[in-house]
Design a protein around this ligand. Structure first.
Ligand SMILES: [Zn+2]
Length: 75
């Protein structure tokens, strides 16, 4: 479930988990297609595809780790 500007957990193509602001209809900094988009990965510090992750499918540890890595700010 996505509510407003709440951060959502995504997984990049290299398997890194992190939190990002996922705006359902408008994206200021990424090309959207479906539930994936390209954006700068804060884990690997490069542009990668990020895919929405179902947070309920993660372990508590995975969720905590992902929430500690936040893609901050919209330029
Ligand atoms: Zn990555």
């Amino acid at each position: 479930m996505i509510v407003g500007m709440e951060r959502t957990i995504v997984r990049c193509d290299s398997g890194g988990l992190y939190s990002t602001i996922w705006i359902p209809l408008i994206s200021f900094k990424a090309i959207r297609f479906g539930s994936a988009r390209f954006q700068r990965c804060p884990v690997h510090r490069r542009w990668e595809r990020a895919t929405l992750v179902d947070a309920t499918a993660l372990t508590d540890e995975e969720r905590r780790a992902a929430q500690s890595i936040v893609d901050v700010g919209i330029p």
